[in-house]
Write a protein that binds this ligand. Structure first.
Ligand code: CAA
Length: 698
C-alpha cells in the first residue's frame, strides 16, 4: 500500500506529500505519517519542512468516518502542536480545499502559500462539532476575532484572495502546489524568515460574545454547534494562556461530539452522497442529452426549464397558445434575471440563453428531436395520458419521456405509450430552479439506462437525486400526506394550526405544515382531497372539510393574500387568519368532538411518529431503497431540520421501541390511522435500527 505521507528531501527542504485520495482526509495513517515526517526531517537536519497534498487537494479535513470511534494516536490537536513546535521552518502549500482539520494543520505550520483557486474554511459546525484542533484558538489570532467568528459560525469556504486579505494565508501564487511550495519555502529560507508559531501571537480582541452567541443561536433554529463555537472563540480571547484556551476548546468539542446533533449532521453528510449510488446502475451508461423539451410553462415548467438552461442544456418549451408561451418566457426571464442579480449568471450568458438556448413552441412537432422531454402539465391522469400518447407519436426513438407528476401512477402513464421502457417520473420541487431535490420515479418497465439518465440529469442540474418507486405520492408526498393528516386529526381534537406550526418550527422545521400549505397553495391539497374522496375514502378514515371552506371562499394561501395566515402585500410572513378557528370550531361541533389540550411535546411526538411510521412503510414496500433515501428526501424537499439527520435517523436516536409503543397506544383511539408499519415492528423485534439497514445496503 502506498504511504499516506510520502517523504522527499530536496536540498535543505523535507517535503511531506499527502497521498490519501480522494480528499487527503486526516485519517490515522496521515496523522502518523505527518508526525514521522516531521521527526525524520528534524533528525536528518533539514532546515525546513514543506507540507502539501497530492491529487486534487490539500487536507480536506479530519476523516469523518473516524468520528464516534475510539481515538487513535496521534490526535489531531497534539499533531498540530507538534508541527508548530518544530524547530524547523514549517510551510504549507495549499490547493483545492483546506477545510476543518486541514486548515487547522495549515494554521499550525509557520507560513502558508495558496493557489488562487484554493479555498479555506472551518466547516465543522455543519457536522455538528467545532474546530477541535486549535482552529478556534489560532484563527482569531491571525484573522481577528470578528473574521474568525464569521468563518467558524457560518463554516463558509473562503477564496484565496479573501484569505490573503484576512491574513489566513501569507501568499498567493499560481502553478503546481509542489513547485509553488518549494519556491516559497526557498524564498523564506533565503530571506532568513524565522519560525512564526500562531500560539505565541497575542490573544485576539474582545467583542460582545453574549450578543453574538444569542444571534447565532437564533439563526441556527436550534442548532447548537455554531453557538458553542462562539464560546470556544471567546476562550481564545479570555483564557490566561493559549493552552488554557485549547483546553476549553477541547471540552466544548467533546460535548458536541457526544451530541445527537453531531450524529444527525454526519448521517446527513454521508446519506446525501450515498443516494446517487445504486448497485443496479453500476456500469449502466446514461443516454446522451443534447437538448430537452418541457411541456407546460407554469411555475413548475418554467422552473424546470430555468434549471436546465442554467446547466447549459438547450430547452424547447411547449405551451398551448402563443399567449401562454409568452407568459412562460416571462417567467423564465424573471428566474434568470434573479440569477444574474445574485451573480450566478453573467449578462452575456443570459443573452445567449434567451437568444438561442430557449425555444418556445406551440406544436408538438417541435419536440421531434429532443433527447428527453419533461411533462409539467395539469395533474390530471386523462390529460397526462393524452400528452404521452402524443409524445409516443412524435418523439424520436430512444428519447426519454418523463412526467413531473407529484402523485400519479407512472405505470398508467407509461401504458399510454408503446414504449413504456422509455417512461420515467422526474419529480421536481417548486421552485424547480432553486429546490435541490429531484425524485427519479422508476416504473415497472423503465429501462435501467433511462433511470441512469434521470440521475445524470439530476447531477447536471446540481440536484440531490433520490430513487423512488411508484405509489401515491412516491417517497416525499406520500409521507407528507400522512403527517399532514396527523396534523389535521390533532386540529379536530383540539390543537390549532398556529400552535402546530409553532411547535414544529421550535423542533427545527423551516416552516410548519400550515404555513407550507399557504406557500404551496391551498388549492393543491384541495384537489388531492377531492380526488381521494372521488376514489372513495375508507369508511374508517377521519375526514374534515374546514380547509375546503377556506378554498371555497377563494383563499388559497399566499398567492391570494389569505389562507391559514393573512399576508400583507410585500411581506412574506403572515399573521393568523381570524376566520380559521371559527371554521375549525364549527367542524368539531358538527362531528361532536369536544376539544382537548395538546402540549407542544405531544404535537411533535405524534407528528414525528406518523412521519416515521409511513416512512417505514415506504422503505418496507421498496418505494425507497434504504432508510437514508427517505432521510435525504425529507431534508432536501420538506424543510426537515438537517441537524436531526432526517426522520429515520431521528427515530433511531429516539429509540424505535418507544416510538412503536406510542403508535400502538394511539391505535387504541384510531386503529385505522395508527397501523404500525411491519418494518418498524420487525426492527423492534430484532433489536435493530434503520441505520443497520443502511449499512447492510451499502
Ligand atoms: N472525511 C472522510 N471522507 C470524506 C471527507 C472527510 N473529511 N470529505 C470528503 N470525503 C469523501 C466523501 O464522502 C466522498 O466519498 P465517496 O466518493 O465514497 O462518496 C469523497 O470523499 C469525495 O467527496 P465529495 O463527493 O464531497 O467531493 P467534492 O469534490 O464534491 O467535495 C469537499 C470535496 C469540498 C472536500 C467535500 O467533500 C467536503 O466538504 N468535505 C467535508 C469537509 C469538512 O467538513 N471537513 C471538516 C472535517 S471535520 C474536522 O476537520 C474536525 C476537526 O476539527 C478535528
Amino acid at each position: 500500500m502506498p504511504e499516506a505521507i510520502e517523504y522527499e528531501r530536496i536540498g535543505d527542504i523535507a517535503v511531506l506529500a499527502a497521498n490519501n485520495p480522494p480528499v487527503n482526509a486526516l485519517g490515522v495513517d496521515v496523522r502518523r505519517g505527518l508526525l514521522a515526517g516531521i521527526e525524520r526531517a528534524e533528525a536528518e537536519g533539514a532546515r525546513a519542512v514543506l507540507i502539501y497534498g497530492k491529487g486534487r487537494t490539500y487536507f480536506a479535513g479530519a476523516d469523518i468516518r473516524e468520528f464516534g470511534k475510539p481515538p487513535q494516536d496521534p490526535w489531531l490537536p497534539e499533531l498540530c502542536a507538534r508541527i508548530e513546535a518544530s524547530p524547523l521552518l514549517v510551510v504549507s502549500s495549499i490547493h483545492g480545499t483546506a477545510l476543518g482539520g486541514g486548515l487547522e494543520v495549515a494554521l499550525a505550520t509557520h507560513y502558508r502559500v495558496a493557489l488562487p483557486s484554493a479555498r479555506v474554511g472551518l466547516p465543522e459546525v455543519h457536522l455538528g462539532i467545532l474546530p477541535g484542533a486549535g482552529g478556534t484558538q489560532r484563527l482569531p489570532r491571525v484573522a481577528g476575532t470578528e473574521a474568525a467568528l464569521d468563518m467558524i459560525t457560518t463554516g463558509r469556504h473562503v477564496r484565496a484572495d479573501e484569505a490573503l486579505v484576512l491574513g489566513v494565508i501569507d501568499e498567493v501564487a499560481d502553478g503546481d502546489p509542489h513547485e509553488v511550495g518549494l519556491n516559497y519555502t526557498r524564498e523564506l529560507l533565503e530571506s532568513g524568515a524565522s519560525r512564526r508559531p500562531v500560539s505565541e501571537m497575542p490573544a485576539p480582541e474582545q467583542v460582545n460574545f453574549d450578543a453574538v452567541y444569542d444571534e447565532v443561536l437564533r439563526k441556527g433554529r436550534g442548532q447548537i454547534s455554531p453557538a458553542t463555537a462562539v464560546r470556544a472563540v471567546q476562550a481564545a480571547c479570555e483564557s490566561e494562556s493559549f493552552d488554557a484556551g485549547m483546553k476549553r476548546e477541547r471540552e466544548l468539542f467533546m460535548d458536541l461530539m457526544a451530541s445527537d446533533q453531531r450524529k444527525g449532521l454526519i448521517h446527513a453528510f454521508f446519506a446525501e452522497r450515498a443516494v446517487g449510488k445504486l448497485p443496479e446502475l453500476q456500469g449502466v451508461e446514461p443516454r446522451m442529452l443534447h437538448q430537452i423539451g418541457v411541456i407546460g410553462g407554469g411555475t413548475m415548467g418554467a422552473g424546470i426549464a430555468t434549471a436546465a438552461l442554467l446547466s447549459g442544456l438547450p430547452v424547447v418549451l411547449l405551451e398551448m397558445s402563443p399567449e401562454a408561451a409568452h407568459a412562460a418566457k416571462g417567467r423564465i426571464e424573471a428566474n434568470l434575471s434573479g440569477a444574474v442579480k445574485r451573480g450566478k449568471l453573467s449578462q452575456a450568458r443570459y443573452a445567449e440563453i434567451m437568444g438561442s438556448d430557449l425555444k418556445l413552441a406551440t406544436g408538438y412537432g417541435a419536440l421531434s428531436n429532443v433527447d428527453l422531454v419533461i411533462e409539467a402539465v395539469f395533474e390530471d391522469m386523462d390529460i397526462k395520458k393524452q400528452v404521452f400518447a402524443k409524445l409516443d407519436e412524435i418523439c424520436k426513438p430512444g428519447a426519454v419521456l418523463a412526467s413531473n407528476t407529484s402523485y400519479l401512477d407512472i405505470n398508467e402513464i407509461a401504458a399510454a405509450t408503446k414504449r413504456p421502457e422509455d417512461v420515467i417520473g422526474l419529480h421536481f420541487f417548486s421552485p424547480a430552479h432553486v429546490m435541490k431535490l429531484l425524485e427519479v420515479v422508476v416504473a415497472d418497465k423503465t429501462a435501467p439506462n433511462v433511470v441512469a439518465t434521470g440521475f445524470a440529469l439530476g447531477h447536471r442540474l446540481k440536484k440531490v437525486t433520490v430513487r423512488a418507486g411508484v405509489c401515491d405520492g412516491f417517497i416525499g408526498n406520500r409521507i407528507l400526506s400522512t403527517y399532514r393528516t396527523c396534523a389535521d386529526h390533532m386540529i379536530l381534537d383540539g390543537a390549532s394550526p398556529f400552535q402546530i406550526d409553532k411547535a414544529l418550527t421550535d423542533f427545527g422545521f423551516a416552516m410548519g405544515p400550515f404555513a407550507v400549505a399557504d406557500l404551496a397553495g391551498l388549492d393543491i391539497g384541495w384537489a388531492v382531497r377531492k380526488r381521494k374522496r372521488a376514489e372513495g375514502l375508507d369508511p374508517r378514515a377521519r375526514d374534515s372539510s374546514y380547509a375546503d371552506k377556506l378554498c371555497e371562499a377563494g383563499h388559497f394561501g399566499q398567492k391570494t393574500g389569505k389562507g391559514y395566515y393573512v399576508y400583507e402585500a410585500g411581506k412574506r410572513g403572515g399573521v393568523p387568519n381570524p376566520e380559521v378557528l371559527p371554521l375549525i370550531e364549527a367542524e368539531r361541533a358538527e362531528q361532536g368532538i369536544s376539544p382537548r389540550e395538546f402540549s407542544d411535546e405531544e404535537i411533535v411526538r405524534r407528528y414525528m411518529a406518523a412521519m416515521v411510521n409511513e416512512a417505514a412503510k415506504v422503505v418496507g414496500e421498496g418505494i425507497a431503497r434504504r432508510p437514508l433515501d427517505v432521510d435525504v428526501t425529507l431534508l432536501y424537499g420538506y424543510g426537515f431540520p438537517r441537524y436531526r439527520g432526517g426522520p429515520l435517523k431521528w427515530a433511531d436516536l429516539q429509540g424505535l421501541p418507544g416510538l412503536l409503543d406510542d403508535i400502538r397506544k394511539w391505535a387504541a383511539e384510531d386503529a385505522y390511522f395508527w397501523q404500525p408499519a411491519p418494518l418498524l415492528e420487525q426492527l423492534v423485534a430484532e433489536g435493530r435500527t434503520f441505520d443497520d439497514l443502511n449499512k447492510e445496503a451499502s
